[in-house]
Write a protein that binds this ligand. Structure first.
Ligand code: ZN
Length: 148
């Protein structure tokens, strides 16, 4: 796992990235014990509009190994709209950058697990994992997603 931190990542955010990453990795490892996440490279950037999972044999891209790109400057939690998960909204504002960064890593590593385990690449599972993250670490945010 090669970690790249772009210059656009703020100093204060940079200092917290290893803790954020540990938390995300622990989450996906517990969830997908048979998946190897060590082959995924991570690029953190303070100027991306969204997170992505790239993989050469999945769609044409410039990377030779699976890569996730994660913005570190997002303050709002914006999830896919999946009412089947019991959500009442798909957006909660001003959650804070670190929890958004962490849930974004979990989202993109879930796509890696889906790929590795030959499962549907859909967004119900990724969204459900983000909700589980919030339920565990930010119950205040989870409440807003789940209750009117
Ligand atoms: Zn996704």
């Amino acid at each position: 796992m090669t970690i790249t931190i772009r210059k656009s990542v703020g100093k204060y955010d940079k200092e917290n990235l290893s803790d954020i990453l540990d938390r995300a990795i622990n989450f996906v490892k517990a969830k997908y014990p048979n998946v190897d996440f060590t082959g995924v490279d991570i690029i953190f950037s303070g100027s991306l509009s969204r997170a992505r999972y790239y993989r050469n044999d999945y769609e044409d891209c410039k990377y030779q190994r699976p890569v996730i790109q994660v913005p570190t400057n997002r303050e709002d939690a914006i999830l896919y709209w999946k009412p089947s998960l019991g959500m009442v909204r798909d957006r909660v504002n001003e959650v804070g950058r670190w929890d958004i960064t962490c849930s974004s890593i979990i989202h993109e590593l879930t796509h890696h697990a889906q790929y590795e385990e030959n499962r549907n690449k859909g967004e119900v599972e990724t969204t459900n994992n983000e909700l589980e993250y919030f339920r565990e670490f930010r119950p205040d945010v989870w409440e807003l997603f789940m209750n009117d």
